[in-house]
Design a protein around this ligand. Sequence first.
Ligand code: AKB
Length: 325
Amino acid sequence: MSRKDVRKILVTGATGQIGSELTMELRKRYGSHNIVAAGHRRKPSEKLFRSGPFEYIDATDRESVEKTIRHYDIDTIYHLAAVLSATGEEKPQTAWNVNMNGLYNILEIAREHELMKVFWPSSIAVFGPEAPRNNTPQDAVLIPRTMYGVTKVAGELLCNYYFLRFGLDVRSVRYPGIISSETLPGGGTTDYAVEIFYEAIKKKRYTCFVREETMLPMMYMPDCIKAAIELMEADSSRITCHMSYNVTGMSFSAGELATEIRKYIPGFKCEYESDFRQKIADSWPMSLDDSAARMDWDWKPRYDLASLTKDMIEKLTKRFTEGNL
Ligand code: AKB
């Protein structure tokens, strides 16, 4: 095997919703000792901690990232550490610092150390009310209303700049809301679509913080991980978008999700009391056009609302019965 075949990957934000599951999948694929998980504030789960190397790193502290890159001879970074949309509206200065300075450090380190590739997730939050809300195209106008969205647009431009100016291989997707059963998300607008499952199983009731008719694009975690890995493994000749690819799994309203859950938990009661996150949700697309990703690197999601709900209910019910929820 040549040096190029042996990936040494750093995952920042590895204790987060996406990071915790992506790290485990990368370890399965490329060997545990080749994947360095990095977290900052959240403690890693026992499972994550025991499965391979773990470092506490703050991406805004360039030296600590660089030390890890050198120590493990890292050639690829999945940079997931970020402040999400709802927290970003409560703490816009922190969101700018973590999201922008963190990404800038990662790109600079990747350039200086001549790393092979960087993956960085963007979001549907790049769009604002000026973009068409149905089947939002890849190249729609980007005028977000949240600080999170502002950092994602600026981040996309920065990634594109590093590709054009320095030839750095940075790849990105615009994730919709991600639904998962391992690690709870934190501080996002789409968090209701995860919380609803936990509360339905634990208490048979949930108070949703967006209105019943609120429709957003969503994706189940296995597809989220598949998108990141497939994009990173695609031949570079196929990548035509160096900002960020639209990707989506499905779209449904909060009410439709509650109805689907009720098929498994008949007595489930969902109430709706919208808060400041409603305005954020209303500024985002209801569905996405991801045909560019489908064409360029054969993107195709596996899960729809019915199969996602079945799998979530099975997994969380098992954990609940075992006393682990
Ligand atoms: C959030 O709600 O902030 C995130 C996102 C859509 O990027 N889940």
